[in-house]
Design a protein around this ligand. Structure first.
Ligand SMILES: Nc1ncnc2c1ncn2[C@@H]1O[C@H](COP(=O)(O)OP(=O)(O)OP(=O)(O)O)[C@@H](O)[C@H]1O
Length: 295
């Protein structure tokens, strides 16, 4: 499901002393099936744009087309339930929204609200728990007895239980340890392929952008200032610095090598690319006996 913004402005609390224009003239498409990263320094408008993806906020002017549905400033709040089923948003620290007595009931809550039978929703809950990498014995436990990382996975399972076409993630790894972060990011990558999801990731982690995204939207002061593949976005470090953004660690390291005379045919973005390029650029004598350089 693609989502397209046309000439979208959004102003918080218009006509009051707190009036704040958070989005200006947004024209951008999130292509169906893409893994789109939304980046920009703090206060640039990412969360505001994100809330337009399922009409939690409606544009002050312009249109947002979500699949077939066109959202305008006049769109009524009624009748948005279906849309919200198609676009699932995992907000920051989603575990804070858990509330049911058991994990199973929490995951089943959304589909039950849509009138799905209890038996079917409990089956879905079990499936979704497995999908986020948690064991079935947690189903009957209270979500409040789980670790923070497990609680977050349960909350994500609850969003997935609605079978969304688009999964929107607002800094989903915030506060997790490195292993937890990696596992979480791998779950999203797997889900994207298995369930043919369109993924939108709001993040400050440039390594995650380099490793997972195939499309990037850069925001600055309420405007989209650049869109493109990660390689295009990370090609100009000075531009990134000017917009208070960094480079992926691998690219930053590769730049250090370039300053010392190393030549890359393309700037490596991921550890894998860096390792390949380094090995390809080293003389055979750098390797132990028996190593096949082209392996
Ligand atoms: N409820 C609100 N009322 C008024 N202004 C708001 C509200 N929410 C956000 N803003 C303002 O809108 C602008 C964009 O904020 P937004 O939260 O979308 O940025 P962000 O890029 O998501 O930031 P962060 O990376 O810190 O989460 C900021 O100037 C912010 O202060």
């Amino acid at each position: 499901m693609a989502i397209t913004f046309k000439q979208v402005d959004f102003t918080y609390q218009p006509g009051t002393p707190f009036e704040n224009k958070a989005l200006s003239d947004i024209n951008v498409t999130i292509p169906e099936g893409s893994y789109t990263a939304l980046i920009g320094h703090t206060g640039s408008g990412k969360s505001t744009l994100l809330q337009h993806l399922n009409a939690l906020l409606k544009p002050t002017s312009g249109t947002v087309t979500i699949g077939e549905r066109v959202i305008t400033p006049e769109t009524s709040n009624k009748d948005l339930k279906r849309l919200r089923q198609h676009v699932g948003i995992v907000f920051q620290f989603p575990e804070s929204q858990l509330f049911e007595e058991t994990v199973e009931k929490d995951i089943a809550f959304g589909p039950q609200n849509f009138g799905v039978s209890e038996a079917a929703t409990l089956k879905t809950a079990a499936e979704m728990l497995a999908l986020v990498g948690l064991p079935q014995e947690l189903l009957k436990r209270s979500p409040f007895d789980l670790s923070g990382g497990q609680m977050r996975r349960v909350a994500i399972a609850g969003v997935l239980a609605m079978q969304p076409d688009v999964l929107v993630l607002d800094e989903p790894t915030a506060g997790l340890d490195p292993q937890g972060r990696l596992e979480m990011m791998e779950i999203f990558a797997r889900l994207r392929h298995e369930r043919h999801l369109t993924v939108v990731l709001v993040t400050h982690q440039m390594d995650d952008v380099a490793n997972y995204a195939d499309n990037v939207i850069v925001m600055d002061r309420g405007r989209v200032v650049k869109t493109g593949a990660p390689r295009e976005i990370f090609a100009d470090p000075q531009w990134l610095l000017d917009h208070q953004l960094g480079l992926p660690k691998t690219t930053a390291f590769a730049r250090q090598l370039v300053q010392r005379g190393w030549q890359f045919e393309r700037m490596p973005l991921t550890e894998d690319e860096l390792a390949q390029d380094l090995v390809a650029g080293l003389p055979q004598s750098a390797f132990g006996e028996g190593h096949d350089h082209d392996e």
